[in-house]
Write a protein of this length. Structure first.
Length: 275
C-alpha cells in the first residue's frame, strides 16, 4: 500500500491554535517536510513530537520532492507543514501536492489556522465573495499588470506583503484601485494583533514604519458612480483638474478618487467618450 501525504496546518502565531489532530498526525507520520526546519523544530519540541524532519523549500523542492515521493510509494506517510498556517498556499507545498496526485498518492488535509481567512472574517468587508491574490510580484511592471487585472473584480481581494514593501505596495494599490475601503491585519493571533481600517490614503499615513506580518484586504469594485452624475462627464472633470494646474496623470488620479474607481477605468472611459 502507498502512504498518505498530509497537509498539516500549524499556528500562525498563537501555539494554542494547534489542533489535537495535527499533533497526533505529526507524531504518527514517518517524516515531516518543513519549509523552515529551525522554526518547525521549535514547534515540534514544544509539543514533544520527535518525528524525523526534512527541509522542503523553494531552493531544494524538486530534488527533495522525488525523495518524498519514493517514500510515499514505499508505504510511508509524510506530513507537510508551512512556516505558519496552511501549507500549499503561497509556498512550495503546492508542487508536492501536484506530484502526489499525479502519482495516485492520497492527499489528506489537516485543517487549522490561516492568516487570510482569519483577517477576512474580522475585516468588516464582504465575506460572501472573495479572491485570494497572495504575494504581489516583486518587479514594478509585473506588479502593476497584476493589480490592473484585479482592479475590476467585485470580490474582496486579499493580499500578503512583507512589511518593508508594504507602504510602496499600498501607494501602487491606491493608484490602480482608487480610494476604496481597505483593512490591514497585522500580527494575527499574536500579542500585538491589530486591525487598521480606512481608505488607502489614510492607512498609508498610519504606517510610516510598518512592522510584523501583514494581510491586506480591499473591497471589490462597485458599480461606477459616474452613471449617477449625468450632468458631469469624465472628460469635463479631468479638464477641470487640468485647469487647476495638475498634469494629466494627476488629473486622472483625482478624477478616479472623485468617482471611487481606478485610474485605469478613467482612462478607458475617456477613450470611450472620444469615440
Amino acid at each position: 500500500m502507498q502512504g498518505i501525504l498530509y497537509l498539516c496546518a500549524t499556528p500562525i502565531g498563537n501555539l494554542e491554535d494547534m489542533t489535537f489532530r495535527a499533533i497526533r498526525i505529526l507524531r504518527e507520520v514517518n517524516l515531516i517536510a518543513a519549509e523552515d526546519t529551525r522554526r518547525t523544530r521549535k514547534l515540534l519540541t514544544h509539543f514533544e513530537i520527535h518525528t524525523p524532519l526534512i527541509r522542503f523549500d523553494e531552493n531544494c523542492k524538486e530534488k527533495v520532492a522525488e525523495k518524498i515521493l519514493e517514500r510515499l510509494q514505499a508505504g510511508e506517510s509524510v506530513a507537510v507543514v508551512s512556516d505558519a498556517g496552511l501549507p500549499a498556499i503561497s509556498d512550495p507545498g503546492a508542487d508536492l501536492v501536484k506530484l502526489a496526485i499525479d502519482n495516485d498518492i492520497k492527499v489528506c488535509p489537516i485543517p487549522g489556522a490561516n492568516a487570510a481567512l482569519s483577517a477576512l472574517i474580522c475585516s468588516g468587508l464582504d465575506t460572501k465573495k472573495f479572491l485570494f491574490a497572495g504575494f504581489p510580484p516583486k518587479t514594478k511592471k509585473n506588479r502593476r499588470e497584476f493589480l490592473q487585472k484585479l482592479s475590476t473584480v467585485e470580490e474582496t481581494v486579499i493580499f500578503y506583503e512583507a512589511p518593508h514593501r508594504l507602504k510602496n505596495f499600498l501607494e501602487e494599490l491606491s493608484e490602480v484601485f482608487g480610494e476604496r475601503q481597505t483593512v490591514l491585519a497585522r500580527e494575527l493571533t499574536k500579542v500585538h494583533e491589530e486591525f487598521l481600517r480606512g481608505k488607502i490614503s489614510e492607512l498609508i499615513e498610519k504606517i510610516s514604519e510598518p512592522r510584523g506580518e501583514f494581510v491586506i484586504l480591499i473591497e471589490g469594485q462597485k458599480i461606477s458612480e459616474v452613471i449617477e452624475v449625468p450632468e458631469e462627464n469624465i472628460s469635463e472633470v479631468v479638464e477641470k483638474f487640468l485647469a487647476r494646474g495638475l498634469d494629466k496623470k494627476s488629473a486622472m488620479r483625482e478624477t478616479a478618487k472623485r468617482f471611487n474607481v481606478s485610474r485605469r477605468e478613467i482612462y478607458n472611459a475617456l477613450i470611450k467618450e472620444q469615440k
